[in-house]
Design a protein around this ligand. Structure first.
Ligand code: ADP
Ligand code: MG
Length: 251
């Protein structure tokens, strides 16, 4: 609480100096500042995957990252999602430098502020659709509010009639929609999707892309999608291409 109080006078001071600043400052959710990643496989060798990446993502934006296989897209997404660390440079989420957080705080950020969707759904086969969605809430012992939200979101993505089914009893497209709801259950600020439509047929793939964009708008969640599907990429606010370790905006 006292943190929030301390923030108000600072905000007011900024407003006096430059009224535009208070609006400009909170609108950036994610900032990458000279992010590089390299591997040293041995004997003086160095493989450079990401080179000095600069990126600013506004709150509520939807952006796509495309690029050839092996260009470092997953590496970039994992660094943004705190699953990996850069070799150098900074990642700021809501103004906090992620490298400054200890493992406990990092785990909290990962669980509450970031949602992940992968190409493979990673659902637990022995659990029902509803139970799978509730897994990320168990860290905080899950509440009836969580369950109500889970039911609402599952209904929203057209799975209201599948709550008690197990992953093996629903289609690939439906499983991926369960994974989307699971990623959103804790109300993250940032939704990271790594080739989420990669294992789906064309129609399911288009439906999932459409759904991600709708949820981006409805839930106000910032969306970063790594994809090979150019039609999906083109529908985002911005599309970036990763090539030779550099991130460039593709127009
Ligand atoms: P993409 O998702 O664009 O296909 P990745 O981010 O998965 O690419 O991988 C980028 C490159 O980094 C690949 O050439 C891969 O072999 C390499 N790479 C990934 N992880 C490691 C690692 N732990 N050690 C060495 N090289 C790695
Ligand atoms: Mg990848």
């Amino acid at each position: 609480m006292h943190r929030a109080k301390a923030y108000v006078p600072i905000k007011k001071t900024f407003a006096r100096l430059n009224p535009a600043l208070t609006f400009a400052m909170p609108s950036i959710l994610l900032e990458l500042d000279g992010v590089s990643k390299e591997y040293n496989p041995g004997a003086g060798e160095k493989i450079s995957i990401l080179r000095n990446i600069e990126l600013r993502v506004s709150k509520g934006a939807a952006l796509a990252v495309v690029g050839p296989s092996g260009s470092g897209k997953s590496t970039l997404l994992n660094i943004i999602g705190t699953l990996d660390r850069p070799s150098s440079g900074r990642v700021l989420l809501d103004g906090r430098d992620l490298a400054q957080l200890d493992e406990r705080d990092l785990a909290k950020v990962r669980n509450r502020e970031i949602g992940f969707i992968f190409q493979a759904h990673h659902l637990l086969p022995q659990c029902t659709v509803l139970e799978n969605v509730l897994v990320p809430t168990l860290v905080d012992r899950g509440t009836p509010t969580d369950e109500a939200r889970a039911r609402r979101l599952l209904e929203r993505v057209g799975l209201g009639g599948r709550l008690d089914h197990r992953p093996g009893q629903i289609s690939g497209g439906e499983r991926q929609r369960v994974a989307v709801v699971r990623a959103l259950i804790n109300g993250p600020k940032l939704l990271l999707a790594d080739e989420p439509t990669g294992a789906l047929d064309r129609v399911s793939s288009q439906n999932l892309g459409e759904l991600l964009l709708q949820l981006n708008a409805e839930e106000g969640v910032t969306l970063i999608v790594v994809t090979h599907a150019l039609d999906l990429a083109k529908r985002m606010n911005r599309t970036y291409e990763l090539r030779d370790g550099k991130l460039v905006e593709a127009l």
